[in-house]
Structure formats: C-alpha cells, structure tokens
Ligand binder design. Structure first.
Ligand code: DGT
Ligand code: CA
Ligand code: CA
Length: 579
C-alpha cells in the first residue's frame, strides 16, 4: 500500500467520522495526516520496512495513526477503518463523490430524509424534499440533480492511466525477478493508451515451458500488493491489488506471442474486424496465430500477424475499428505517428511563483535533465486566487530571473503565463504585460458552468485576443470528477485554427484534455497542437508520455505538434513560425 492509498484511507476515515458527527479534533487529525502522508517525499513502505525509527520523526501524526500506518503497510488494511466502514451504509460514501456534497450535507440527508444511496438521493431531489431541509433551497436541489447527472457519466470503477501504468511497471519489474520469465509485456487498454483502464493485461513467455508455468504463477500470486487471488490456473491467473485494480497474467507459447499480443491488446472491435477480413481470405486469426487450414502461418510477432492478413503494422493506440483498418487497406502503409522521443520541449509548467512546489531554477534543471531544448515557464495569473497566482509585479520579477537563467543554462526558457479567461472573454493581465510574453496560455478555470452559447462566445473572444497563443486543457474536465464545459467545440476549434492558436493536449492523467476524438478534428481543421505536462514538480514532467499517447490516438504526426519543432523553427517568440 503506497502513500496515496494510505492518504485516501485517512481521508475516508475522516469522512466517516464527520458523517457520524464525531469529535472535530479527531476528524482534523485524520485530515491533516492524509495531507502529510500524501506530500511525504519518502515511501511509507520503505520507512516501515527499512527504517522504522524514522516513523516517529514524521511531524503532525500522532501515535495511534502511526500504528495504523504500520498496520496498513504490513497487512493492506486497518481494523479501525473496516469497523468504521461497517458503521454507516456503504452508499453514503458513494454520495460523497457527488459534486457539492460533503460529509455535513450527507449527514443531513441521511439523518432527515433517510437517504442511503445515490439512487435514493435522486428520488428525494426529484420529489422536492431536499429544498425543505435547513440550509438548502430549490437552487441547491437543482445543483444536486445536475451533479447526480454528471456522476452518472463517470466510471469510478476504472483507473486513470497514470496510476495503472505505475502499477503495471511495478509488477512487471517484480515479475522479471522470476528466473523462468522470458518475455513480458502489457497489452489491453493500457497499451492502447486509453485514458482510463479497466484491468491490466500482462503476457509472458517462459523458459522450459514444460515445467515453468507453476513457478511463474506462484511468483505472480505472491506479489506484495495482492489483496486477493481471484483465479489461479496454469496459463492464466487474476489478482486484485490493494489499490483495487485487477491484473490478468497469461503465459503464452513463444510461437504465439505476437498473435496473443494482438488479440489481448484489442480493442475487441478492431479484433473482430480483422478476423472477418481474414476469414474472407480463407484465414483464421486467433490468440494462437494466423492459420491456413490447420497450418500456423504467422504468430511470433504482431508484424507477422498483420502481414499474413495483408496489413501494414497498425499502432495499438488507433486500434478501435474507427477507420484504421480501411485506411491501412487503402494506403498499404501507415503514417509515422508522433513518438515520445520527438518531443523537444514542454510549453506549460508551474513554479513557486504560483502553485508549483519548485523554483524556476529547479524546474529549469529538471527540463534540462529531460534533454529538452526549450520550455515555457507559465505560472498562473492572479485570478486563480486560491492557488496564489502572479500579479504584474511578480511576473516582472520572474522575467528578470528567467533572463539570468537563460544566460546561465543551455536551454531556452520562454516567458509565459497561464492567463485566466475572465467572464467576458477578457484576459487576466494588462496588454502591457501580455505583449512582453512569449507564450500566453489562455485557461478557463472559473465560470465553467455558463450556458453553451455564452461559453462559446466567451472562449472565442479569448481566442481572438491578439496576444493569445495556446488554449490550455480546452474542455476543463477532470476525469471522473468534473464534466467538460458545455460549448460548441467545433466552433472553438475553428476559431483556434483561424487565429493560429494551438490547442493543448494537457498530459496530466487527471485531465488528458483535449480528448482523442477532438485531437483528430483539430488536426483536420488545421489547428496546431501543443502537448504539455502542466507540471507542478519535476517528477510530473514524466506525464508527457500520456499526452503523446492521446496524440497518437488522435492520429497526430510529428509536424502536427508545436513542441516537436526545433528551437530554430520557433523563433524568439514562440509563434513566429509556420509549423
Ligand atoms: P479495459 O480492461 O476495460 O480497460 O479494456 P481492455 O481492452 O483491456 O479489455 P479486456 O481487459 O477485457 O480484454 C483485453 C483484450 O482482449 C481486449 O481489448 C480484446 C481482447 N478480448 C477480450 N474479450 C474478447 C472477445 O470476446 N473477443 C475478442 N475478439 N477479443 C476479446
Ligand atoms: Ca484490460
Ligand atoms: Ca483483462
């Protein structure tokens, strides 16, 4: 169990205590501990296992909670937590996921109306019962109904790709510790770079197939983070991790590995279509290979499989039966899609000048460590008050710092800002500041719930501002947490294309915004794309791979993207360019 999981449990305990109306100090102790644990630079597993004497040194966490940390690390659960969970209806914790509802309101709804689940909540709201409660009214009732509707579009049982990828890498590293394992790869939706992942699919080949299956499966089911072994067989096992994720492991024959990779990478729709086309040619495609009659004619590699059925290699990210098969048949050759190694800079990041945790110099060094030629320093403007943005004096101070760093280091730092879009479409810096900036990222953090017509107009006004350069996270959604803003997306993309504004693919796994479908539309309409991490710390620069995944899902090639260009193509101001 990692720090994040432990932090979530502390938060959940605080929520339950809050719903139960328990002592505020106790509730706050859990809340504070949740934050401390989340921001801890060291992994708690490491501390508990290797240097338990460091545990008492963590500030702000009492004795009892430290014991709970040890219990969580060593057993994967806590008795106190389990006991508390049983003391309230399970549906109440689910209601907490609905926007606008915290523990206090959940307690009220449960206490006064007997609401125990999202379904019952909806019924109560529709019956007009919520408006009658103290502190509520017709407006809060309408907000709750809208929030329930949003919630129904989320899939809370799916994991964000960032988290799933980390779990997959960890378990693959662990499996490599088993001497019998030869090849090991992940397949499924993770390989297709889908934004959320149902379960992780891992395929292996083994040495001495006759007698190794058992050892490999034994190793797999003994993994540290296993909560349950769901199924355990000779060629396939499924485990459930402490994080709640399921992992399938399959042992595959060497001669079938490519066919199995193709089959288990999916998508299912893609597989079905390929199989149908093969059938018309008198071939049979399965997870074991491509067969002509009884004879295996391909299976070792995915390339072989595609070739045997008459296809060029199709990258996993676009295997969705959404035109890739027709394209491949018609053109006999696929485009070369953008790759992570094509990225030469990052055009959106934060420092201590706004809500980042690291100085401009530390971010600069991190960008250099990534091997980048350039990056844009883009702290928030002041309107995002909660996060502490920059006023005019702050940004001028930052420019001086950037000038110095540009001399000191061998990387180009663009002066930028993530400038908030005001309600009327104006921007949150004066022109005097905007005209000095190399990169003006326009971002709608506030007023996300205007009606669609007003929102479209507002965004287009900001896009038409002559100083704007990139539109940040265009939909504003947070996956499984906040729905996208409502507006006419195609009109906004047209405005970006017409005004030379790049649309951002925000690579943060919580956002992945623009979505793949609109990436493709933006490209077709001739708009530029920037893939940016929006990093608030050096480690978040690694998010770039998820942004590139979305770009590939949207069929982008290197030259569709701004930050694949060499600095010499970008000019002193980012947009003196015709990429
Ligand atoms: P997920 O786990 O929901 O995020 O999505 P996937 O695509 O990883 O789906 P999963 O784990 O159920 O199965 C992995 C792949 O196996 C899937 O993408 C395609 C293949 N597959 C699974 N079931 C079938 C099936 O009934 N027919 C065909 N043709 N392929 C299947
Ligand atoms: Ca899967
Ligand atoms: Ca699966």
């Amino acid at each position: 169990m990692d720090n994040k999981a432990i932090s979530q449990i502390f938060d959940e305990v605080a929520d339950i205590l809050d719903i139960l109306g328990k002592n505020v100090f106790r509730i706050n102790a859990y809340r504070k501990a949740a934050l401390t644990v989340l921001n801890l630079p060291r992994d708690l597993r490491d501390i508990v296992d290797k240097t338990p004497n460091d545990l008492p040194k963590i500030p702000g966490i009492g004795q009892g909670l430290k014991a709970m940390i040890v219990e969580l690390v060593q057993t994967g659960h806590s008795e106190e937590h389990e006991k508390l969970k049983k003391s309230i209806p399970a549906g109440l914790l689910e209601i907490l996921h609905i926007r606008s509802l915290g523990p206090k309101k959940v307690k009220l709804l449960h206490g006064k109306l007997g609401v125990k689940s999202v379904k019952e909540l909806k019924k109560a709201a529709e019956a007009g019962k919520i408006r009658e409660l103290e502190g509520m009214g017709p407006r809060s009732e309408a907000v709750i109904l809208k929030a329930i509707e949003e919630y129904s579009t989320f899939s809370p049982d799916r994991t964000l790709i960032g988290e799933a990828k980390m779990e997959a890498i960890r378990i693959i590293e662990y499996m490599k510790g088993c001497k019998k394992v030869e090849k090991i790869e992940y397949a499924g939706s993770l390989r297709r770079a889908k934004e959320t992942i149902g379960d992780i699919d891992i395929l292996v080949t083994v040495k001495d197939p006759e007698k190794s299956h058992e050892a490999v499966m034994e190793h797999f089911t003994s993994y540290d983070d296993v909560l349950n072994v769901i199924a355990s067989g000779d060629t396939k096992s499924t485990i459930m991790l402490i994080s709640g994720m399921h992992v399938d492991l399959r042992v595959i024959d060497n001669d079938s590995f490519g066919a199995a990779m193709h089959y288990f990478t999916g998508s299912k729709q893609h597989n079905i279509k390929i199989r149908d086309i093969a059938k018309k040619k008198g071939l049979k495609v399965s997870e074991y290979g491509v067969f002509k009659g009884e004879k295996l004619i391909a299976g070792k590699t995915e390339e072989d499989v595609f070739k045997a059925v008459g296809f060029p290699y199709i990258i996993p990210e676009i295997r969705r039966n959404e035109g890739e098969i027709e394209y491949a048949l018609k053109n006999k050759k696929m485009p070369r899609f953008v790759e992570l190694s094509d990225i030469r800079g990052d055009l959106h990041c934060h420092s201590t000048y706004s809500d980042g945790k690291y100085s401009v110099e530390e971010m600069t060094q991190a960008m250099i460590a990534k091997g980048y030629e350039y990056f844009a320093m883009t702290d928030h403007s002041s309107l995002v008050g909660v996060t502490g943005g920059m006023g005019t004096a702050d940004i001028k101070k930052q420019w001086k710092e950037i000038d110095k760093l540009n001399k000191k280091y061998d990387i180009k730092i663009f002066k930028g800002s993530e400038v908030d879009i005001l309600k009327d479409g104006g921007l949150d810096f004066d022109d005097e500041v905007l005209k000095e900036l190399d990169v003006v990222i326009i971002a709608a953090h506030l007023y996300q719930r205007l009606d669609a017509r007003e929102q479209t107009e507002r965004l287009i006004t900001a896009i038409e501002n002559p100083y704007s350069t990139i539109m940040a996270h265009p939909s504003g959604r947070l996956i499984n947490k906040r729905p996208p803003m409502e507006y006419d997306v195609e009109k906004v993309i047209d405005a970006c294309a017409d005004n030379g504004i790049a649309l951002e693919i925000n690579a943060n796994p919580m956002r992945l915004d623009l979505i793949d479908r609109y990436v493709k539309i933006a490209r077709d309409k001739g708009a530029k794309i920037a893939i940016s991490t929006d990093a608030h710390s050096p480690s978040q620069l690694d998010y770039m791979e998820f942004g590139v995944g979305i770009a590939r899902r949207g069929w982008l090639q290197k030259n569709d993207i701004l930050n694949t260009q060499p600095l010499s193509n970008l000019g002193p101001k980012l947009f003196d360019t015709s990429v």
